[in-house]
Design a protein around this ligand. Structure first.
Ligand code: SF4
Length: 187
């Protein structure tokens, strides 16, 4: 004799895509499922060159714990990561390296400029410092602060998740996106 299934009514599921749900099944569209999976399994590539990188270490550690958002798998191979996090002062000599790392990442890829230096050069308004990484790669989210606290980095990360979740599967093939990349000399 089969026993009735006991559901725990105290468990709440967040971020379930809209759809039609019944006992033991759910119907929704593929785009929403892919977006949900991408959003909750972002693999960051930390490109840390100076002090902001220390804030990132705190963000990854147990107190702030970026792993709660599905991103404990930090990678150092661009080909397997989908979020480039640039943290620190980027010298003009380093600009082509940031760009090369970006080019080695597979689509879809996102970029976060963490802190004043990566976003705008910060206090280093000098001949040798790149005045923002958006001069060499397109940036999706800028995190303000010198340095930004881990809460600010987490906030930026949540904004990236929102973008990932809202992005349609066809965006990367759109003329608008191709135009954005061609503005950076990327085919
Ligand atoms: S923004 Fe401030 S803390 Fe971050 S790398 Fe630049 S100088 Fe250092």
């Amino acid at each position: 004799m089969s026993r009735p299934v006991q559901y725990n009514t105290h468990i709440k599921f967040e971020g379930i895509p809209e759809g039609y749900m019944g006992e033991g099944f759910m119907a929704t569209n593929l785009e929403k499922v892919v977006s949900m999976a991408r959003k909750n399994s972002i693999w960051p590539l930390p490109f840390a060159t100076s002090c902001c990188g220390i804030e990132f270490m705190a963000t990854m550690a147990s107190h702030y714990d970026l792993a709660r958002f599905g991103s404990e798998r930090v990678g150092f191979s661009p080909r397997q990561c989908d979020l480039l996090m640039v943290m620190g002062t980027i010298a003009k000599k380093m600009g082509p390296v940031v760009r090369q790392v970006y080019l080695q990442m597979a689509e879809p890829r996102w970029v976060m400029a963490v802190g004043a230096c990566a976003s705008s050069g910060g206090v280093f308004d000098t001949y040798s410092v790149l005045q923002g990484i958006d001069q060499v790669v397109p940036v999706d989210v800028y995190v303000p602060g010198c340095p930004p606290r881990p809460e600010a980095i987490l906030d930026g990360f949540l904004k990236i998740q929102e973008l990932v979740n809202a992005e349609g599967l066809r965006r990367r093939y759109s003329d608008q996106y191709k135009e954005l990349l061609s503005g950076y000399g990327i085919q």
